[in-house]
Design a binder for this molecule. Structure first.
Ligand code: AGP
Length: 610
């Protein structure tokens, strides 16, 4: 998620832009930049790091101009550095733009434009857009026509703001999949990723919808479809305060991130699913693909939630690739002198990409001549840079300390990896098509799972004062039990344990009484009958059971205290849906207990110490 701000009007644009960017820093920052139109040219300044670094860079330089755009970057393509920082321009510097989103077909467009003589200076998908508009402008009757034609060629998502010498005194804006608002002032107008960047100047906004563009000057704005049909947009009044805008109206970042999961799961798969052939394409592994495909053993190493995602990856890779997999806590892996051969693959999973133990574990694996890949959220992070290759999960900044959307995207990434490897081994095209087609339905199924929120909130009320919880699951849902327990304990401070359901007889069953809530993931799969027996064992000892069940399963309704229905999917994908009610259960109980949900006590978002 990047931050975008644009201004056109009588005032100096720079202070408005830089202060607007500071309001958007919560969306992620690894670099920032501004572009100002003045005296018939466009002046660009950009810098890696926080916005303060940009301010320091331009300190003392002339930053005049009353039309401008600015950007704070959360990298998706291209390392976080000054070159890749937005704004980006075409070859002439006459078209300058900032972008939030992922252009899936940028590589093909880049190759086509290079063939026409365009020269690129960055690794970003964004620069391609500027060159594409430049190319279309050569044969268009107006700049606006070139702008619209270029947008029609883009696959993926964008929120764009642009200024150009070809149409001075104007802001061009366009939206497809990434939010964009137009702020309406008195003799001045604005564009921003969200209203937080501009409510200091106006609370009157119009929200662009996907497929819409807006052409804005200081006195007017025209909104159209990409197909050039003018649209009358309603001007709305922003009543939220700043903090609520940053949380998109949710009470906490954690809840916002839980609700972002339909989109973040979709973003993780964007451009990577080829359902016609039942295969997946992971560009980040191109340099090491041979080693990945020939690996005879896979180690997965991570911490916390990422470790739980790794356990699910173990089940996937062994079931479909028939390669032995070992999953280990990074803190154990790094010290036990693991036996690693040079035909082994080590997968390091990390949301932050900075977890000290995971970084040390991957360094140890490299020393032992393994091929090391990452499954990472933060682009350009230490783990991402030190692995031989990898996959970014594109979940956007995860602000809540309790990891939610990163987990579902990590599991999604592991399913993509599993399918890619399996299809070079024994997985048939038909099976590959079945899995990739089911993966395409995941965002919708996660959306459906979120409908249980109110039910879960009601259940939470009954159990919020309990001191111990037990979470049970089997097969692919066993790691989900571990993850559900971790969510509860880290934000509500209630002791919770996850267990393989069958293990209950080997100890934990001694804990069961009417004061011990037991959460069971009991979705319809090959272990269903066994998990039902486990539920009966709990009920026989007066335990209270909250069961996550496959929607339509009425069999358990009379057996347990509460059922939470969720959509069914393939076993290897089920954790991506099953975890949603458990995230919400932990969230609501923590809120009811008055806990600091986004910054729980004693915890940090990234454990960069050992
Ligand atoms: C999960 O909710 C916790 N915040 C924590 O366990 C986290 O998953 C762990 O510290 C690993 O972090 P990473 O994914 O950034 O490496």
């Amino acid at each position: 998620m990047c931050g975008i701000v644009g201004y056109v009007g009588p005032r100096e644009a720079y202070p408005i832009l830089i202060n607007g960017l500071k309001r958007l820093e919560y969306r992620g920052y690894d670099s920032s930049g501004v572009a100002l139109a003045r005296n018939g040219s466009i002046h660009v300044e950009k810098q890696v790091g926080k916005i303060a670094a940009l301010e320091e860079t331009v300190n003392g330089r002339p930053m005049d101009g009353s039309t401008g755009i600015a950007h704070t970057r959360w990298a998706t393509h291209g390392e976080p550095n000054q070159t890749n920082a937005h704004p980006h321009s075409d070859g002439s510097g006459d078209i300058v733009l900032v972008h939030n989103g992922i252009i899936e077909n940028y590589d093909a467009l880049r190759k086509m434009l290079s063939g026409k003589g365009h020269e690129f200076v960055t690794e970003t998908d964004t620069e391609t857009i500027a060159h594409l508009i430049e190319e279309f402008y050569k044969t268009s009757d107006s700049f606006e026509e070139a702008f619209r034609k270029a947008l029609l060629e883009l696959k993926g998502t964008y929120g764009l703001a642009l200024i150009t010498k070809h149409d001075p005194g104007k802001l061009y804006a366009a939206r497809k999949g990434s939010p964009l608002v137009v702020g309406i002032g008195e003799g001045e107008n604005f564009v921003a990723s969200d209203a937080s960047a501009i409510i200091a100047h106006t609370r009157d906004v119009l929200y662009l919808e996907d497929g819409e563009i807006s052409i804005i000057d200081s006195e007017s704005h025209v909104t159209k479809t990409i197909q050039n049909e003018v649209i009358e947009k309603e001007i709305e009044r922003v009543t939220f305060d700043l903090e609520r805008i940053e949380k998109a109206g949710y009470d906490h970042f954690m809840l916002k991130e839980i609700y972002e999961q339909p989109r973040t799961v979709a973003d993780c798969m964007r451009g990577r699913l080829i359902t016609e052939e039942g295969v997946t394409h992971l560009g980040g592994l191109d340099q090491i693909l041979h080693n990945v495909l020939r690996s005879r053993k896979i180690f997965v190493t991570a911490c916390g939630t990422s470790y739980h995602a790794g356990l699910i990856g173990e089940y996937m890779l062994e079931e479909y690739c028939r390669i032995p997999v070992e999953v280990e806590y990074a803190s154990e892996f790094r010290y036990r002198d693991p036996i690693i051969q040079d035909d082994n693959l080590v997968v390091a999973i990390s949301q932050s990409g900075e977890t000290a133990d995971t970084l040390a574990a991957l360094r140890e694996a490299k020393r032992k001549s393994a091929t090391v890949m990452g499954v990472v959220n933060v682009v350009g992070s230490s783990i991402a840079r030190e692995t031989h290759g990898g996959m970014y999960i594109h979940a956007g900044p995860e602000i809540g300390v309790a990891s939610t959307k990163a987990f579902t995207s990590q599991v999604t990434a592991l399913a993509l990896l599993t399918t890619m490897i399996a299809r070079t081994k024994t997985m048939s095209a038909e099976q590959g098509r079945q899995i990739t087609q089911e993966m395409k339905l995941l965002p919708e199924k996660v959306e459906q799972a979120l409908q249980c929120d109110e039910l879960v909130r009601q259940i939470s009320y009954e159990f919020k004062d309990k001191n111990h919880f037990l979470y049970l699951g089997r097969g692919y849902n066993f790691p989900v039990a571990l993850e559900g327990a971790l969510k509860l304990k880290e934000i509500s401070y209630i002791h919770a344990e996850g267990y393989p359901a069958a293990e209950m007889k080997h100890g934990p069953i001694a804990l069961i009484d009417e004061d011990m809530p037991v959460v069971v993931i009991a979705t319809k799969d090959s272990t269903y009958d066994k998990i039902v027996s486990n539920i009966q064992e709990v009920k026989a000892r007066k335990g209270r059971v909250i069961a996550v069940v496959t929607e339509g399963d009425d069999y358990l309704k009379d057996m347990v205290d509460y059922t939470i229905p969720i959509p069914s999917t393939l076993n290897l994908l089920q954790p991506i849906v099953s975890i949603v009610p458990l995230q919400l259960l932990a969230y609501h109980i923590a809120v009811m207990r008055g806990c600091n949900v986004d910054q729980p006590r004693n915890l940090a978002k990234s454990v960069t110490v050992e």
